[in-house]
Design a protein around this ligand. Structure first.
Ligand code: AMP
Length: 427
């Protein structure tokens, strides 16, 4: 038997409804904030990610799915969405549009990480990017949008927002120098990975999760004490805007995030419910990145929501009654009479299954129950003669007779009266 590749998974029908809800919530909330959908390719030139994400990041160094295509070009399955969206922004001259340009995208990302619960090698994100504007109110708006997405799904109390400022590209080197100076005497006490980070990307030591590193990290100098006055003003303004909207947050000076391109505002939404994989969404400002990719000097800010983790938080839902009508002919003549009716119901948008007329009624009713249908419609020879059908409510088990010709109209009415689909959101 050929099985799915390690770290990738099927989204089965039993789970797909939850995915649809999450994706619909994302679209609805993003569009309410004026974001337009963009769909970018699943693979790009490797160079785009190397330049856009940073050569020293974990993603570029060890997590990319890179391959040579038949023409000899080095291509990579996208490990994140921002680089591709910015490439499209530059390539299609979006920078001449009124700023900020607000874009969103939904889809799979690929990273060669160690798979575990909540961490996969193909996973899905919902991303937004707001481009061409530096105002701190935009940072707050983007964060509000993120929190509204979670609120829309009923998660408000289960998540915490963490924010930080990691300063400007110009002033960060001074902080990094202070950090290295502080960390170097503790070098031997750090985990092996942090020892490498200390050489290559010292900021990343701050978000190491290894218990042994924690006492050292806790005493590290805070990046907030090293911000330029501009960056401090920006951060204070973001905080005032969040407070004006009643959005609560915690300032976490260790929140540096795994990608090189962030400046100033960074943020993350965390839960305590998913064990080690506690980050549900993260993002930040990336002024300078568009220029670095060969575009105009436009600033930008964005975030990514990890959809697998959101779906996990949604939990099990009530079993949905997917079908509205299950038509049961008892024999060939009733089958022929019901075939055009089934078609008319489906054309009217009533989800309908038609049995084949060759099984006992009880078996068909069992099946109707198992697929979760609300109404069964039974037609045997005697009903056919009278032009009637028996309508059975599968919940209350009550039956009544209706004219066959009236079925499409009847189901249209039933659908309008009450949702035939009794799925309820779980909170
Ligand atoms: P990042 O693009 O690394 O900032 O990640 C943004 C969000 O995507 C994270 O907060 C996670 O929720 C999610 N995410 C990142 N990597 C994975 C993965 N390998 N599997 C599942 N979700 C992930």
């Amino acid at each position: 038997m050929i099985k799915a590749v390690r770290g990738v998974r099927d989204i089965l029908p039993s789970e797909a409804r939850r995915w649809q809800r999450v994706e619909a919530a994302a679209r609805q909330v993003f569009e309410a904030y004026g974001y337009a959908e963009i769909r970018v390719p699943l693979f790009e030139r490797t160079e785009l990610f190397a330049r856009g994400i940073g050569d020293e990041t974990d993603i570029v160094k060890k997590e990319m799915y890179t391959f040579e295509d038949r023409g000899g070009d080095s291509l990579t399955l996208r490990p994140e969405a921002t680089a591709g969206v910015l490439r499209a922004y530059i390539e299609h001259g979006f920078h001449v549009e009124p700023k900020p340009v607000r874009l969103y995208t939904l889809g799979p990302m690929f990273r060669y990480e160690r798979p575990q619960a909540g961490r996969y090698r193909q996973f899905h994100q919902a991303n937004i990017e707001a481009l061409g504007e530096t105002h701190p109110a935009l940072d707050a708006e983007v964060i509000a949008l993120l929190m509204d997405f979670f609120e829309h799904l009923g998660f408000k109390e289960r998540l915490a927002l963490h924010i930080n400022s990691i300063g400007d590209a110009g002033t960060r080197p001074a902080y990094i120098a202070r950090l290295v100076e502080y960390l170097t005497p503790h070098r031997a006490e750090l985990c092996p990975e942090c020892q490498v980070r200390l050489e290559r990307n010292p900021l990343r030591v701050l978000d190491c999760k290894t218990p042994g590193c924690q006492p050292i990290i806790e005493k590290a100098p805070s990046i907030l004490d090293s911000l330029s006055s501009d960056a401090t003003r920006h951060f204070d303004s973001v905080r005032r805007c969040l407070e004006a909207m009643g959005i609560s947050y915690a300032v976490d000076p260790r929140l540096v995030r795994g990608l090189d391109y962030y400046v100033r505002t960074t943020f993350e939404v965390r839960t305590t419910e998913l064990g080690a994989q506690n980050a549900v969404a993260g993002g930040g400002r990336y002024d300078g990145l568009i220029a670095q990719l060969g575009g105009p000097p436009d600033p930008g800010i964005g975030f990514a929501i990890g959809l697998e983790r959101v779906v996990l938080l949604l939990g099990e839902e009530h079993r949905s009654r997917a079908l509205s009508a299950f038509l049961i002919p008892l024999g060939e003549a009733p089958l022929l009479r019901l075939m055009p009716i089934a078609r008319a119901l489906r054309q009217a948008g009533v989800s309908t299954e038609l049995a084949f007329g060759d099984r006992k009624l009880q078996r068909e009713l069992d099946r109707a129950n198992r697929v979760g249908v609300r109404y069964a419609v039974i037609v045997g020879d005697s009903e056919l003669e009278q032009g009637q059908a028996i309508i059975r409510d599968m919940k209350s088990r009550q039956q009544r007779s209706e004219a066959l010709d009236d079925l499409p109209e009847l189901f249209r009415r039933l659908a309008a009266e009450q949702p035939l689909d009794d799925e309820r959101p779980t909170r």
